[in-house]
Design a protein around this ligand. Structure first.
Ligand SMILES: Cc1cc2nc3c(=O)[nH]c(=O)nc-3n(C[C@H](O)[C@H](O)[C@H](O)COP(=O)(O)O)c2cc1C
Length: 91
């Protein structure tokens, strides 16, 4: 299964450290959301999304990226540095 971990890590690099470890364990592609695009989604079977929590939400650039995605039958997993883990499917 091809997997990509897309992350935003603005302040202390905390999310990046966790994203890097998840990508290592899963043998996944690791990408800052700013470098990801529609092809990244098309070319992978499972996508992990993560960022720090800022004012109660994932970073706006991550939320905008997800909002802009076409609806595809993909599995996605969303994570935050503080292990507030939720699961979300892109339909
Ligand atoms: C401006 C700012 C706002 C934050 N807001 C929240 C918040 O609402 N809830 C929370 O649990 N943590 C909050 N945090 C803590 C960050 O989620 C935490 O430091 C995280 O590790 C940052 O990830 P990063 O180093 O990958 O950017 C905030 C941090 C900053 C700098």
């Amino acid at each position: 299964m091809r997997t990509a971990i897309l992350y935003v890590s603005i302040h202390h690099g905390n999310t990046e450290k966790i994203a890097r470890e998840i990508a290592r364990v899963l043998d996944a592609e690791l990408l800052n959301v700013g470098k990801a695009n529609e092809e990244t989604i098309k070319n992978n079977d499972l996508i992990g999304f993560g960022s720090g929590i800022y004012f109660g939400k994932h970073h706006i650039s991550l939320l905008k990226f997800i909002d802009a995605l076409p609806k595809m039958n993909k599995k996605a997993k969303e994570f935050a540095e503080k292990l507030k883990i939720t699961f979300q499917s892109l339909k």
